[in-house]
Ligand binder design. Sequence first.
Ligand code: ARG
Length: 465
Amino acid sequence: MTDKTKSANTMWGGRFAAGPDAIMEAINASIGYDKRLYAQDIAGSRAHAAMLAAQGILTQADAEAIGEGLQSVLAEIEAGDFVFSAALEDIHMNVEARLKEVIGEPAGRLHTARSRNDQVATDFKLWTRDQIDAAITGIEALQKAFLTQAEAGADWVMPGFTHLQSAQPVTWGHHMMAYVEMLGRDAGRFRDARARMNESPLGAAALAGTSFPIDRHATASALGFDRPAANSLDAVADRDFALEFLSAASICAMHLSRFAEELVIWSSAQFRFVRLSDGFSTGSSIMPQKRNPDAAELLRAKLGRILGATVALFTVMKGLPLAYSKDMQEDKEQVFDAADTLMLCLAAMTGMVRDMAANRPVLEAAAGAGFATATDLADWLVRELNLPFREAHHVTGALVALAEKKGCDLADLTLAELQSGHPGITQDLYSVLGVHNSVASRTSYGGTAPDQVRAQVARWKERLG
Ligand code: ARG
């Protein structure tokens, strides 16, 4: 039943006799969350008013009253003195209604040649653009934390895994630098998205543009956009920028979840590869011996939330006819939550990476386990005895089986035992069975040799400044 006691909305209620039903107001109002856009909303309105005056659409006096009024509304919001009203639906109408209270009649002229459709697209883009900048800053801080670890441990050996089975020894620094690369692509995706999104929707008005002689280039540049969006229908209907933000955030969170998983494994009593600081571990209320990697576990889980937001917004946008539909109001909470989550994850991971201590003796002992230098043995046979790799692989396999039967490592086999695999084997072979020699030999570009790792570190240090 319509709530007849309420009066119609003062912003659009000219043709309405009664106000909305309480449930209508509850489903329709977005002020509960879109108040986060207040600064962008006010910046957009100031740019719009200044442009209207410059174009002779508003008097200079009205534009000044609007500009100053908006500044005082901004101050009220920042001081926490502003009373947000659900009856006024959203941030745009809340700000405008308050402006009217503060400056009176000129406030009603602000919405000339503009609609909430281009207004919300502009505000939300500005907000998302700020989040992109914050994400890049957060990513770079994390990259620096990984770089510090990599530099310290450029030559520390550890097992490299495939299938989570010991594969070949690698260096700690190399493993850390793998994440620096991933994060570098994440930052790149955010930068690409920023460059693509940086077109101003303002002045597209409701959907078709306006008959007023506005200057969209002026408002675009006042708000730091590269140019105005070229098609007014697209400008108000587009949420690609939000989808790109969420997609980039999802990939980044996926990367964080992979390292989080490694931390969970590495910090276990079975692995003991790393120790997380007390600051990033928790105890158990019943098992006194426990040190749980809660932060890493939560980081492993958070992608669920960010990816959930991504899927939600894709689902909102799917099949929407041009131009604006109210469905699109469902964009903001998803992006807000994903952005907050990503920033928290980046900060928490940075803290953990800075704090974590590699257990070098354990890493080194584990590096040689599981016949991890078998490939080095095979490579030696190819290099020194000119065996085809397939044959070398076969000979090595037989020697691994022999060591396994004896319950020892490859390096513990006697020369005679090694020669049972191939008579050409000499004492020299032992030099490649050690894990340090193994990693030092992998000098191919991007390989795990300490010198290669140091080169990677140097490249990234220069890039990150
Ligand atoms: N609160 C709305 C949103 O977030 C603003 C745009 C409303 N436009 C409209 N034509 N009702 O999408």
